[in-house]
Design a protein. Structure first.
Length: 184
């Protein structure tokens, strides 16, 4: 397939936005032009997409992800998370918190593994519970984001990334600490 062979006329708005966020503008200039034209055609009545213009000589040539969505009256339209996904996140968070709390209560937090799991006791178990709380916060941020009607989705994404990083760090630290403390 060559540059310019893709027909974007049958794509929907969300598919076009996804393609715009990922296309390499310099490598596929004809496809980008066709994609952008199709996107503009659909969004005629709405506010225009934000394009990140590359600086001269910087080598940047990426299309910035489309900004917030607005209706025909230029009012902000909050994102919608499906009910099933919200329920799954909420139920799994509660179950995960309960599992971790029970493990702390009996001072034996079992972390299943591919071949065999690891039993954490005392401080490594508490550190693992911190990782569990971070995982629950990431899942619950999706639920809260759905109900928050303000234009701050990027703040929720940033929060989720930070909480995930902290959670994985705590998880790794806890597993290593538990593995080395049990070998003595």
């Amino acid at each position: 397939m060559r540059d310019g062979d893709i027909d974007y006329s049958s794509y929907g708005l969300s598919e076009l936005e996804e393609a715009l966020a990922g296309i390499n503008r310099q490598r596929y200039p004809k496809n980008f032009e066709n994609l952008y034209t199709a996107y503009q055609r659909i969004r005629e009545a709405k506010s225009p997409p934000k394009v990140h213009e590359p600086h001269e000589g910087s080598g940047e040539a990426e299309f910035a992800s489309p900004g917030p969505k607005h209706d025909e009256n230029r009012r902000y339209v909050p994102n919608e998370i499906q009910l099933g996904e919200r329920v799954r996140h909420l139920v799994f968070s509660l179950l995960l918190l309960a599992y971790g709390a029970f493990g702390l209560w009996v001072n034996d937090l079992y972390v299943p593994g591919k071949r065999r799991g690891i039993h954490l006791h005392d401080v490594p178990a508490w550190v693992m519970y911190g990782a569990i709380i971070c995982a629950c916060m990431v899942m619950l941020s999706v639920v809260i984001d759905h109900h928050d009607r303000r234009n701050n989705e990027k703040h929720y994404r940033t929060f989720a990334k930070v909480a995930a990083f902290v959670g994985w760090t705590l998880f790794t630290f806890s597993v290593l600490w538990g593995a080395f403390s049990s070998t003595r």
